[in-house]
Design a binder for this molecule. Sequence first.
Ligand SMILES: Nc1nc2c(ncn2[C@@H]2O[C@H](COP(=O)(O)OP(=O)(O)OP(=O)(O)O)[C@@H](O)[C@H]2O)c(=O)[nH]1
Ligand SMILES: [Mg+2]
Length: 353
Amino acid sequence: MKVKRFEAKTIKEAIKQVKDTLGPDAVILSVRKFGFLNRHVEVTAAADSPIISSSKEVKEKWDLKEIQTEIMELKALIEDLFVEKQMLHLFQWTKRGDLSGEIALKIIEGIKEGILAGILREDVSVKEFLYDLLLKLVKVLPPLEKQRRIAVFVGPTGMGKTTTLAKIAGNLSKDKSVGLITLDTRLGGSDLLRAYARLLELPIEVANSPKRLLDIIKNYADKDFILIDTFGVSPYNQFKIKDLARYLNVIPTSFITYLVISVTTKEEEISKIVQEFDLLTISSLLFTKIDEADIFGTIFNQMVYTGKPLSYLTTGQRVPEDIEVATPERVIDLIINTRGNYYDSTQRNRKVL
Ligand SMILES: Nc1nc2c(ncn2[C@@H]2O[C@H](COP(=O)(O)OP(=O)(O)OP(=O)(O)O)[C@@H](O)[C@H]2O)c(=O)[nH]1
Ligand SMILES: [Mg+2]
């Protein structure tokens, strides 16, 4: 018995090689697809003798071989269909998580080009595959304590700047000294932060001019961290954004600027916000009100479009509890599982501050 392997681009070509080399009596032992996008075929065949006969009996046997070839081709086709089916599922998943069509298509193109095809196998579920694929694309910023001493919270009104700042201050102040500053000089504008400062027993100062801001920062020289709250600014009010920039320009050391955005905001609006606020050199996107949303593709879309890393996610009104450091696992979990599994996944992936 002679056993031999043949490689070709199609099953037909491989079978022809088998026939030419081992003769029509050859028995096909296995067919395997391999290589880039599974575009190559390996056929293992066996024959008693390599002599090719041309008798009628052989012709009949060869008909049988043709049937065998057809079966093998069918098997290959089914395998291809499996990949197609996986892709369809994948597309449905991405749409369900509300990822933008553009990003969903990019993912699918990626697979089609074969960059990732090798890992999309029958024993890998679509969900698993998508999870691993998206995980590699998430950019996150480590928590403030591993970054800088000064952080500024900016964004449109009512997004949760003050509440988020209070949460971070509350967690930091468990073992570090923290000083608070607000630039919100509207009537009653500083009330909320003052209330939190009292509750957390932290010092608070109001800066009504850039010069005053610099003085306060100098006075806080003994503080491990300085957190600065700002007045809410409409993305359509460039004048006010520029005014805010005048304040930030006096901060003497490098600092983090968190752009605070509620995940319940319409996606087009978020794009506008990110674009207009970039005048302030945004370090990171900070998404609030995760508890009030159902689908979270926006978070991923904006991270990809703007190239800005994610930092924190806030999940309720409680101070300081309802905040998490954004991790790639948590972000992707939100997109893939959506609201249905929200509470389960919190238990699994939640990284408590
Ligand atoms: N459900 C929910 N509510 C939140 C969250 N974060 C903040 N809020 C609420 O959103 C409202 C606005 O929060 P603020 O912190 O005052 O928002 P702000 O951005 O400082 O608003 P301005 O100072 O007016 O610009 C408050 O009622 C907060 O309790 C969150 O993660 N989930
Ligand atoms: Mg506020």
